[in-house]
Write a protein that binds this ligand. Structure first.
Ligand code: GAP
Length: 475
């Protein structure tokens, strides 16, 4: 770059603060229930955030479901029969270790708090013993009390993350149900329904998108960890002999997806999860971790769930969840499963962090251009129509042009303030193309198209604009 200097600050809270502030200022993401003082760690997606979220969901669905003959979709209920969660092991084991400061009653994750060393020892008998060590001088982050285990700090307790509610008017034990903590179980419970109706043969997958709920002890870091969040995942059913190659295949596909989402490979880490740290159902897990401004943490996960879930549901429900090999009818078995899991909100967070850019334009002391360099398919608005002035002679061209282009792409129409300011407003929300209607348009039937990244401008005939923009936006 010769005339522009990139001054994006990477890492640290600086980038995070800038992204959170831009999200609020420009209508990507607002604090939830804000006029009532908010609700801890809840977030609402505004006009631009809703488009961004939809783009990511739709692209994922098109790529992994519609464009594949080995995948089908499922859109299931949020609340399931509680027996599902007994069979899946969530009621017994979906716990986090919780400690409480005895002075101020602030609660923390024993396994994630600086100064605390938490470990679980698994004996050969299957019995687990838990240990907590507190480093000397460790203080409560909330009240400053120095912690001594058993005196000023409670011993760890297992806290179940399932969010409970009641179905029907009587709030009694018999009516207790749970908001789903993961979307996977509906795909296992419907395995037979899907198999019988879609006539798919192994290997095939069932995909789903939707909300999950977890009563997290320490939510935070903007949309990174919330109690209500969205997942996109699939259960890919296989013959167990194929598990290793299928696992590698999906790891590669997840990398491809992240590349297309605009995530730099240097910011990603693929971490093999040890046996002790894996979820109860998993025989192999790779955590896809990302360098967030607040540290290296999980973005996605890929797990080999074996036959844990189908077997457990078959035992608990009595349903036959076996698969019969079409070639060898005598060969009946419970399929095994590879599960690529994509957190939607974390996808949005990394798309925002990766896209944020600032550059200083040479010769202009004050002028810093903030530009969201989203991949074009991710950008919430694709084209902005900007008449040079509000005069009727331009509006009679610009308004019908907007009406026409809106049928093809998500468009914005902006006629207030100087053209320079309007370009900057569009850069800040990542709009790839601005179309300016000026006084020459009346005579030459052409408009100026400005590219977000290069800032180069090109004169294009209105009659050719559809084709021009379609070509650019799909390249
Ligand atoms: N079915 C497997 C499963 O649910 P998980 O690792 O517990 O696995 C999957 O969750 C993904 O969901 C994570 O990789 C992450 O992207 C996202 N996720 C988990 N907890 C979250 C939370 N509290 N807030 C936002 N996203 C979360």
């Amino acid at each position: 770059m010769t005339d522009k200097e990139n001054i994006k600050k990477t890492g640290g809270s600086d980038l995070m603060d800038k992204v959170v502030s831009l999200c609020k200022r420009r209508g990507f993401i607002f604090p939830g229930s804000e006029i009532y003082g908010g609700l801890q760690n809840s977030w609402d997606y505004g006009p631009l955030g809703a488009e961004l979220k939809k783009n990511i969901k739709d692209e994922w669905w098109n790529r992994f479901v519609r464009q594949r003959s080995d995948m089908v979709g499922l859109d299931a209920a949020l609340i399931m029969n509680p027996k599902v969660w007994e069979a899946s092991g969530h009621l017994a084991t979906f716990n986090d270790p919780l400690v409480e400061c005895k002075k101020c009653h602030a609660r923390y994750r024993a396994d994630q708090t600086p100064g605390l060393a938490y470990s679980v020892e698994k004996l050969s008998t299957g019995i687990e013993t838990k240990h907590l060590a507190v480093a000397q001088g460790t203080k409560c982050a909330s009240c400053g009390e120095i912690w001594f285990l058993g005196k000023t700090l409670e011993s760890p307790k297992q806290f179940n993350l399932m969010l409970k509610t009641f179905l029907g008017p009587a709030q009694e034990q018999a009516n207790t149900v749970y908001f789903r903590p993961e979307i996977a179980q509906a795909m296992f419970v419907n395995f037979k329904n899907v198999l019988d109706t879609s006539r798919k043969r192994l290997p095939f997958g069932i995909a789903s998108q939707g909300s999950a709920f977890r009563n997290e002890i320490t939510p935070g870091n903007f949309i990174f960890r919330t109690r209500e969040f969205d997942l996109m995942e699939f259960e890919y059913f296989i013959n167990p002999k194929d598990w290793e190659k299928t696992f590698e295949y999906w790891l590669t596909e997840m990398k491809r997806w992240l590349h297309d989402l605009g995530v730099t490979s240097e910011h990603l880490h693929f971490v093999e999860v040890s046996k002790e740290d894996r979820a109860h159902y998993s025989q192999r897990t790779v955590d896809v971790e990302y360098d967030y401004p607040f540290g290296q943490k999980e973005l996605y996960g890929l797990a080999y769930r074996g036959d844990f879930d189908l077997k457990s549901h078959a035992e608990k429900s009595g349903a036959d969840l076996t698969y019969t090999d079409p070639e060898d009818q005598k060969n009946k078995f419970i399929p095994h499963v590879i599960e690529p899991s994509f957190g939607l909100n974390r996808s949005i967070l990394v798309a925002l962090l990766e896209a944020y850019d600032e550059e200083k334009i040479a010769g202009d002391e004050e002028d810093v251009r903030v530009v969201m360099r989203f991949p074009k398919w991710v950008a919430p608005v694709k084209v902005a129509i900007l008449p040079l002035s509000k005069k009727d002679e331009l509006a009679v061209i610009a308004k019908p042009l907007y009406a026409h282009l809106s049928k093809l792409f998500v468009c914005d129409y902006d006629e207030t303030q100087s053209i320079g300011k309007r370009y900057r407003r569009q850069d800040e929300i990542g709009t790839p193309y601005c179309v300016t209607v000026d006084f020459e348009t009346i005579a030459d039937k052409s408009v100026t198209v400005r590219d977000r990244d290069t800032m180069k401008q090109e004169r294009v005939l209105i009659a050719e604009l559809d084709r021009y923009l379609s070509g650019k936006l799909t390249s």
